[in-house]
Each structure stands twice: as structure tokens, then as C-alpha cells.
Design a protein. Structure first.
Length: 149
């Protein structure tokens, strides 16, 4: 029996993986698969691939492409989700920031370096013509870290 360790974020689009594993459908094909929720996102999964603790990762194409270009010895087998993710800019309800332009020069909460939140801060800044060298980040681990810091 082949064995694989797979990681992905605990999101709706990964439910088919989890159900197939839990219902034994993967085992029926002669494959043993262990799923790990990766709340830290793409950055956490890249570290898992680097460390050899993951064999397969379901992660953001942009993040893994960057890691491959920086020397990570892995490859993209297939695109799993083809619809674009919806990213948002979120601030506290009582914040004085009212428009996306108001976040220029602010500190961005990200899960970790190389994560989707990290990459999207660069994409947003690039699209607005801001100097990406001036970005400032606070690594919070996951969404809950962002809520409580």
C-alpha cells in the first residue's frame, strides 16, 4: 500500500479530500493517506514540503511557484481549484480607515512569510503603484492570531 501525508487549509474546497479519506475511498484504491489541516496556509505547507513532513500539499499556486523559483525541489502536478480566491482588506469596525487607499503605510497581519496573505499584500500594493519595499508585516500565525493581536 502506498502512503502519503497530505496537507491543506481547513476550507470548503478541501472537503472532498477529507471525505474520501474518512470514507475509505482512497484506501480502496490501495493508498493510505493522512490528512493534516494547515491553518497556517501556503507558507506552513511549503515548510512541510521543505522539511519532508508533507508529501502532497494543496496550496496557492503563487506561493509554491515562488518557492520553486527559490529552489524548493518539488513540482506542480495539477490545478485543483480554478476559480479565483476572493481576498479582502479587513480592518476593525471602529477603524478610521474607510477606503482601501487608507491602508498605505500600515502594518499588514499575515499568517507567515510566503503565505497567501503575505503574497496578497504585495499584489495589492503593486496594483496600487505603492513601493512594495515599504511594506511592514506582523506575523500572526493564522486568522485567530490576527483577531487577538
Amino acid at each position: 500500500m502506498k502512503r502519503f501525508r497530505i496537507g491543506g487549509v481547513p476550507e470548503h474546497f478541501n472537503l472532498p479530500w477529507r471525505l474520501a479519506i474518512e470514507e475509505g475511498r482512497i484506501a480502496d484504491m490501495g493508498v493510505e493517506m493522512h490528512w493534516s489541516d494547515m491553518a497556517g496556509g501556503t507558507g506552513q505547507m511549503i515548510k512541510g514540503l521543505q522539511a519532508g513532513t508533507l508529501d502532497i500539499a494543496v496550496l496557492l499556486t503563487e506561493g509554491i511557484t515562488k518557492a520553486i523559483l527559490e529552489g524548493l525541489d518539488c513540482k506542480i502536478l495539477n490545478v485543483y481549484v480554478t476559480t479565483p480566491l476572493r481576498w479582502g482588506i479587513h480592518v476593525p469596525f471602529n477603524s478610521e480607515m474607510k477606503f482601501a487607499e487608507d491602508i498605505k503605510g500600515q502594518n499588514f497581519a499575515i499568517s507567515r512569510e510566503g503565505s497567501g496573505s503575505h503574497l496578497m499584500a504585495y499584489v495589492n500594493s503593486y496594483q496600487r503603484g505603492w513601493n512594495t519595499n515599504e511594506l511592514d508585516f506582523n506575523i500572526v500565525g493564522d486568522v485567530y492570531g490576527g483577531l487577538w493581536r
